[in-house]
Design a protein around this ligand. Structure first.
Ligand code: GTP
Ligand code: MG
Length: 277
């Protein structure tokens, strides 16, 4: 799937993020656990070389748990601090506080040696569209937290949220742009809903999802839609349309409606916990 990203938009986002990065100690990078490589912007490594890093495999509740573990191990091996999360869950806030501290051990140690006591860790959440940045910030910050307002010397308008004595969070998320060099990346991002549906071919996308599910998660389509999984993807789509009574005026099957439904059911987890790569 060939998708265009707007270079102007991208340059501006990058410049803004570079400014924000100067203010922080820790970058909390959100990935979509269903497509951790495709939802990751490789430039972030270059931009954040001096910072502590924490990778969150977000929406882990929607992804295949076995693959969540494999991806966690993969990124850990590369030297990142990693955690699987469901950003909507307030039950995980304490756990995230702990891994944030863990990811910043070096900074805390450095401060201690210099005799700096109790300087809060400043963090920022970054990630591609729809990965869950705002949800994460809201959950992590919680209701009880107060915005500390503009700090002296910091560009006007930047808000810090004081999470507790030891962590402050920049309340604007950094928006990263995905890389579409590989058409498969565009396809996966469209499947997880990080690309506007208006610019993708839904029918084509649903057929690709059906082909993937048939190969990697046999039985899932059969269980959900009560269809035989033999045949080409288009035949499966037809069977699903028939089973779910997706029909147009007259009696023609409405493939578009069936395609949209399958994508929606995948994205919301109704098809089960599925990882795309
Ligand atoms: N199941 C599940 N859904 C999540 C999780 N995190 C976020 N969501 C949902 O994903 C959707 C997008 O979340 P947002 O927080 O708006 O994502 P964002 O990164 O701020 O998106 P933009 O502001 O558009 O870039 C929302 O419907 C959230 O409820 C998660 O961990 N699990
Ligand atoms: Mg947002």
């Amino acid at each position: 799937m060939n998708l265009q990203w707007y270079p102007g938009h991208m340059t501006k986002a990058r410049r803004m993020m570079q400014e924000d990065l100067k203010l922080i100690d820790l970058v909390i990078e959100l990935l979509d656990a269903r497509a951790p490589l495709s939802s990751r912007n490789p430039d972030i490594d270059e931009m954040c070389r001096q910072k502590s890093r924490l990778l969150l495999l977000n929406k882990a509740d929607l992804a295949d748990e076995r693959k969540n573990q494999a991806w966690s191990a993969f990124f850990q091996e590369k030297g990142f601090h990693v955690a699987k999360v469901d950003s909507r869950s307030t039950a995980q806030v304490k756990f995230i506080h702990n891994i944030v501290r863990e990811a910043c051990q070096e900074k805390l140690e450095r401060d201690r040696k210099r005799g700096i006591k109790n300087r809060p860790i400043r963090a920022m959440a970054v990630g591609i569209p729809n990965v869950g940045k705002s949800t994460f910030i809201n959950t992590f910050a919680g209701k009880a937290c107060t915005k500390t307002g503009n700090r002296p010397g910091v560009t006007k308008g930047k808000q810090w949220i004081r999470l507790n004595k030891s962590v402050e969070l920049l309340d604007t998320p950094g928006i990263l742009w995905p890389k579409f060099d590989d058409p498969q990346v565009g396809t996966r991002l469209a499947m997880i809903g990080s690309v506007k549906d208006e610019i993708v071919n839904i029918d084509e996308l649903a057929l690709q999802l059906i082909a993937y599910l048939k190969a990697e998660y046999p039985g899932i389509l059969q269980k959900r839609y009560d269809i035989e999984e033999s045949g080409e993807p288009v035949q499966l789509l037809e069977a699903i349309a028939r089973e779910r009574k997706c029909v147009k005026k007259g009696a023609d099957l409405d493939y578009g409606k069936a395609a949209g439904m399958i994508l929606e059911e995948f994205r919301s987890g109704k098809l089960g916990r599925i990882t795309l790569e």
